[in-house]
Design a protein around this ligand. Structure first.
Ligand code: ZN
Ligand code: ZN
Length: 423
């Protein structure tokens, strides 16, 4: 056991004493979920807790962003980020602390709200780590920055914090860290060097036809038929234009055209989602979409050019090799065989915009959140995909322990790999 390992264990010795507080906090945040940029109560609870631990706190960064800074002498500076927002999902878990909350979304619509992505667990774990580090300042030195970000699900939470002046509000970190609960057995923690999460883009495509009576198709250019041709042709991009084995997803998530059975509309709208692990593959796909849509519009005799709008962009989450080797080494030492090298995930995150803006390396990892027995049974029966609700499902129900214990320990162990030793 080396010095770093024993120092991390000393910090984590306090875990059993904070468990009751932390579980209550988790349940409260879960029961009171807030949509992106509306995390007012969550941020207020975070601010109160951090001030109570002795952190120097700045709030309302961008929209509802919070940073807490704990200076503890000379040494490295570590930043750890948690996201705070929930999703417009109606919770069906039946848990005693399930959400029944509704809110008004960015389009003015009333929507149900649920912590269906586990950001409540991220908040509870980072506050737990902040508290434990604050209580054991004698075994580490340096500066710990706990960053609570709004609106990860809207793809602009990191961006608004940066635009709100984040870089000037904090000491320059040596490393940035973040974690996400994922649907694998609780107690396990997995990271990997290089690409961890895919890039994500949404694209809105509007194609134009010529409206007519439904009984007189000869007078029209039918945008519904045109859009249908495009949907089919788009399936050829990943199948025929991307190198076999290279990861890529093109999904048509929404198609809208027309208003009534006997009217041929004058336009149709397609909303696409694109996921890749490399910028060159991403550009290949974006260019192919333009080519196919423009070609089909010409073929159909479309009266004006199609319109394209890219939105909700998430960059690739690309873990720095050296930083990840340090974190993975610390995890292996603390978690033993519960630490593993995780597969690349076809989900996306905006976390990396923060370390990229600061010019610092980062490591992101996954924390299991499914009851290990439940998972083992589903795995044995080959029913993981149907029986284990994943993130964004209305049935997503992380088991509280050992999820919080593991996520808190992972946050402390990773930070202590820098803070727990003399540099
Ligand atoms: Zn999510
Ligand atoms: Zn998430």
């Amino acid at each position: 056991m080396d010095e770093k390992d024993s120092a991390a264990k000393t910090v984590l010795a306090g875990q059993s004493q904070i468990r009751g507080w932390q579980e209550e906090l988790y349940k409260t945040v879960h029961q009171h979920p807030e949509l992106g940029h509306q995390e007012v109560k969550t941020a207020a609870a975070v601010v109160d807790a951090l001030r109570g631990f002795g952190f120097d706190v700045q709030e309302k960064i961008g929209s509802t962003g919070v940073v807490g800074i704990l200076k503890n002498g000379d040494g490295p500076t570590v930043l750890m980020r948690a996201d705070m927002d929930a999703l417009p999902v109606a919770e069906t878990t039946g848990l005693p602390y399930a959400s029944t909350v509704h809110a008004t979304d960015g389009n003015g619509e009333d929507v149900p709200v649920m912590h269906a992505c586990g950001h409540d667990a991220h908040v509870a774990c980072l506050l737990g780590a902040a508290r434990l580090l604050a209580e054991k300042k004698d075994v580490w030195h340096g500066t710990y920055i706990a960053l609570f970000q709004p609106a990860e699900e809207l793809a602009d939470g990191a961006e608004v914090m940066l635009k709100g002046g984040l870089v000037k509000m904090i000491p320059h970190p040596d490393v940035a860290l973040a974690q996400h609960v994922l649907p694998f057995p609780a107690g396990r923690v997995g990271t990997r060097p290089g690409a961890f999460l895919s890039s994500g883009d949404s694209m809105r495509v509007t194609v134009w036809g010529r409206g007519s009576h439904g009984s007189m198709p000869q007078l029209s250019v039918d945008p519904v038929v045109l859009a249908s041709m495009i949907v089919v042709r788009l399936q050829g991009i990943v199948a025929r234009e991307i190198t076999p084995g290279e990861f890529a997803v093109v999904t048509v998530g929404r198609i809208a055209g027309g208003s009534k059975s006997n009217i041929i509309s004058d336009h149709a709208v397609l909303e696409l989602n694109i996921r890749t692990f490399s910028e060159s593959t991403r550009m290949t796909i974006v260019n192919a979409i333009h080519r196919i849509v423009e070609g089909e519009c010409t073929t159909s005799g479309s009266p004006k050019p199609p319109e394209f709008e890219l939105y909700d962009h998430y960059p690739v989450t690309n873990n720095d090799s050296d930083t990840t080797a340090t974190v993975a080494g610390a995890f292996a030492q603390y978690f033993g065989d519960q630490a593993f090298t995780i597969e690349r995930q076809s989900a996306s995150e905006d976390f990396s915009e923060i370390p990229d803006a600061l010019g610092v390396p980062y490591c992101y990892w996954g924390v299991g959140c499914i009851d290990p027995d439940l998972y083992a049974k589903a795995e044995a029966a080959g029913t993981v995909s149907t029986d284990i609700p994943a993130n964004h499902s209305p049935n997503f129900a992380p088991v509280i322990e050992p999820t919080l214990e593991t996520g808190t320990a992972a946050a402390v162990v990773a930070a202590m790999a820098w803070l727990g030793t003399d540099h």
